[in-house]
Write a protein that binds this ligand. Sequence first.
Ligand SMILES: CC(=O)SCCNC(=O)CCNC(=O)[C@H](O)C(C)(C)COP(=O)(O)OP(=O)(O)OC[C@H]1O[C@@H](n2cnc3c(N)ncnc32)[C@H](O)[C@@H]1OP(=O)(O)O
Length: 495
Amino acid sequence: MLNFDYDLQSVQETRNLARQAKQAQTELAQFNSEQIDKIIRNMVKVAEENAVALAKLAVEETGFGKVEDKVFKNRFASTELYQFIKPMQTIGVIKEDKINKVMEIAEPVGLLMGIVPSTNPTSTTIYKSLIAIKARNGIVFSPHPSALKCTLEAAKLMNDAAVAAGAPANIIGCISKPSMNATNELMKCDEVAMIIATGGSAMVKAAYSAGKPALGVGPGNVPAYIERTADIPKAVRNIIASKTFDNGTICASEQSVVVEECIRNQVMEEFKRQGGYFMTPEETEQVGRKLFNRGHAMNAKMVGRSAADIAAGAGISIPPGTKVLLGEQQGVGEQYPLSYEKLTTVLAFYTVKDWHEACDLCMKLLNNGGVGHSLSIHTENPEMAIKFAEKPVFRILVNTASTHGGVGVSTGLAPAFTLGCGTWGGSATSDNVTPMHLINIKRVAYGIKDVTENGNSSYATGDAQQGGSGGTVSEDRIQALVNEVMSLLKQRGDC
Ligand SMILES: CC(=O)SCCNC(=O)CCNC(=O)[C@H](O)C(C)(C)COP(=O)(O)OP(=O)(O)OC[C@H]1O[C@@H](n2cnc3c(N)ncnc32)[C@H](O)[C@@H]1OP(=O)(O)O
């Protein structure tokens, strides 16, 4: 009875949130660039001011990760993201191709639904709110039940900051009574135009089954190959920094280290020197059993934990100061638990004869739950990086920490907490998701070729392609039409 009441309230609340946010978005769709930038600047300011409080709340509630790294993620998702999206043209006329006489006009997608994972709850909420507003969309979040309080708080802060700077009320909403019924309701309701889903693969699949456009991002299983020419101390430093960042909660973090026989001892020594602990086969088995519940579903009690917590949970003893646990594996799949995604401070360790074997192994690891996501390689041989670029992933991260590289902290990739895995990984995009994925593009295209009755066409002018004047539609006439469209858009406040 209690559950029934709860479900009913939760579905009712969701309908209201969607209705209100859609109404607000219809108004926001008329805002111009200056208005949107003012709103975003205030959201960034509020996110900065609350970065520490939100990080503490997230760690307290979920038990995942570290406060200082979650603070970094909140700042990255606001201040750093802002620098990247500020110059993006997402409103009004965004491109004019004078040669082919095509003008592009950005229109918002509408109301978005944001699915937020428990591993990065506040940073993902800040990031999705900002990219949504930048493209003049509204957004309603479906929080993970075990990160409810911090997600609600982040969404409320973002909504209040947006409204204080001129956005219509309720432009950002968040379900406060999470349930699968409410989440399904939000996914399927008419008001929601697109779903951006970040989280477990079941939730991402559900998003794609909702019958509307969705940008879904599932799991990774990132192999880190240390090739024989690599700068070994640097490679190990990067891997440890990446794997210990927020205790490995980011899906671009390394899950396995692959080394060549000829450098195996050097790599192992370097890991030991920098805080890696190589578990015995028995310890590896013990830890492996604890990391997963049924099948390969990660055990939330082991996700985003320090090496000391994992060791204590699995009943093994490790030297003080240990940063990551490494377990040797001889293969990939059922018999080798560490060959799956772990999202914590544990790495599988593999030795191969040469790069050919490394290639085969990386393929097997990627096919074990990480297709489309990311692969990391440490090498001083640029040709080797290109060889690995042939693997079925969309981020080939070279000589960097893959966590930081994947989300755009240490590489030139777009700052993002939603990393597309392309069609190979069941995703609608292979990009790091930005506001440009959240606009529709209208094209005003003028005729540049004459069409005859038999369907043939020819260029109206000899020099139309070069942007010359003359022909059946004069350059002046086209410019006049362009001006007309621009002035109509200006009247609407779009540019
Ligand atoms: C850039 C990036 O790094 S993105 C990172 C994205 N990757 C991930 O989030 C990793 C995938 N996630 C997971 O494997 C898991 O969520 C874990 C291991 C992190 C946490 O696991 P758990 O909390 O034990 O389980 P899980 O996430 O499946 O959810 C628990 C319950 O909440 C439900 N739930 C999850 N999200 C929602 C939601 N948005 N609304 C309603 N219910 C939800 C699940 O259906 C599940 O219900 P059930 O117990 O009835 O089956």
